[in-house]
Write a protein that binds this ligand. Structure first.
Ligand code: ASP
Ligand code: MG
Length: 412
């Protein structure tokens, strides 16, 4: 059994959906689970609708636009009388009814019930289209298989339950299902974090003991740098799980950080390939002996640099650190880089939920703290350390750290 994941960019329009069939053909479509993300920028559009709902703006019109967009894509794929049109309408009706009736003011809960609609609709369209052209497949509701706790927007997997459910799948047929979503014990939808469809695919691969997992991207594979941000980058054909985990940690967006762990645990080969050139090899991520150590560049943007020091000129000690870390965890702010000296601590932070000001207020109760917003963290892996200047040229360096062959600088 193989697991294939098609991201939003690969199914952004009718041409993209048709191309899924071409990709499957190139791979000699056999038994597989296809995990599909929401089409194009649907997730962002639904996020905005949720915001409008809470701001008491016209969220219904926004949802209607998203629905119309999907109906238009379907018009290019199906005959007018096809049942998929009603199915698309139904998903959006479910969302509207949910919002009309909802009395629970929890943003994250509402977000998950609404935003998940993007994956429901896209997987339905892809499944119906493949069946229409005789690529026989069964559509699955991923929420019946991926079981989580109720940590909305960042669900934690209940591996035992999930494994139990996935084991019931018939390995002799093909399935199409959704990325990004699961369900908690009461069957409310829980999303797995933005860009979480890769993780969903890895969870299915783990549960099925898959032979391999492939994610289909608009880049040739894992490169030595994001081609949209760096010149002269090249393809890494073979890297280890460990190297891939490190790259994801430093911010290489081509790999979702949580995806590697289930695959590594069962030694499932992981391919990153281009949906535009599916016959090409792409990148294989697997066991450590095949690791290709090339200088690679990773830019993590939208970071904040916070500098904290003690009020009384005391050393930054363990109890200070644990107090600061507790505040970070509470505000769901992640540390991308940290450096401490006797009386100060510098933290490069990722603030997914826009809570940096709340954090600052709380930190300032006990410490001196300042923040430089909108900085970038630039990381070089396997760096040739002989000529550091080439990494620093033209940059305003706010913080720097070198460890082994990794250089990291915070710049603005
Ligand atoms: N649709 C979700 C997102 O855009 C999940 C994914 O694409 O992986 O974040
Ligand atoms: Mg996406």
């Amino acid at each position: 059994m193989k697991v294939f994941k098609f991201g939003g960019a690969s199914v952004k329009d009718a041409e993209g959906v048709k191309n899924v069939a071409k990709v499957l053909e190139s791979q000699h479509f056999e038994k597989c689970v296809l995990v599909v993300s929401a089409m194009g920028k649907t997730t962002n559009a639904l996020e905005k609708a949720v915001q409008s709902y809470f701001d008491k703006n016209n969220y219904e019109a926004e949802i209607e636009n998203v629905k119309q967009h999907h109906q238009n894509i379907a018009l290019d794929l199906f005959p007018a009388e096809h049942e998929v049109f009603d199915e698309i309408s139904n998903y959006f009706q479910v969302v509207k009814t949910f919002l009309n009736d909802n009395i629970i003011p929890d943003y994250n809960f509402v977000y998950d019930q609404v935003v998940s609609c993007g994956e429901m609709v896209s997987s339905k369209i892809v499944s119906a289209y493949l069946n229409e052209i005789n690529f026989r497949n069964t559509w699955l509701d991923a929420r019946d298989y991926i079981k989580t706790d109720s940590n909305y927007r960042e669900g934690n997997i209940n591996w035992e339950e999930t494994q139990k459910q996935i084991s019931t799948l018939d390995l002799s047929i093909c399935y199409v299902t959704q990325g990004f979503i699961g369900a908690e014990a009461n069957n409310f939808t829980v999303t797995l974090g933005r860009e979480g469809s890769d993780y969903s695919a890895a969870i299915f691969a783990y549960g099925l003991n898959a032979d391999a997992m492939t994610i289909w991207k608009d880049v040739p594979g894992v490169m030595t740098g994001d081609p949209r941000k760096f010149e002269n980058v090249s393809l890494l054909s073979n890297i280890s799980y460990e190297e891939a985990i490190e790259m994801a940690y430093y911010g290489a967006s081509v790999i979702h950080p949580k995806t590697l762990q289930p695959l590594k645990q069962k030694n499932i080969p992981f391919f990153v390939k281009s949906f535009l050139e599916p016959e090409k090899c792409g990148t294989k991520i697997g066991s450590a002996d095949k690791n290709q150590c090339e200088e690679s560049y990773i830019l993590k943007e939208d970071q904040h640099l916070m500098r904290i020091s003690t009020r009384d000129f005391a050393f930054i000690a363990e109890e200070h650190l644990s107090q600061i870390f507790a505040l970070l965890a509470k505000n769901k702010i992640k540390i991308s880089l940290m450096q401490n000296s006797a009386i100060s601590l510098a933290l490069c932070l990722e603030d997914k939920y826009g809570l940096i000001e709340d954090l600052m207020q709380e930190v300032r109760i006990s410490f001196n703290a300042e923040v430089v917003k909108d900085v970038s963290l630039f990381t070089v892996r396997n760096a040739n350390l002989e000529d550091l200047n080439k990494f620093y040229a033209g940059k305003n360096i706010l913080l720097e750290q070198i460890s082994k062959k990794t250089i990291q600088v915070v710049t603005n």
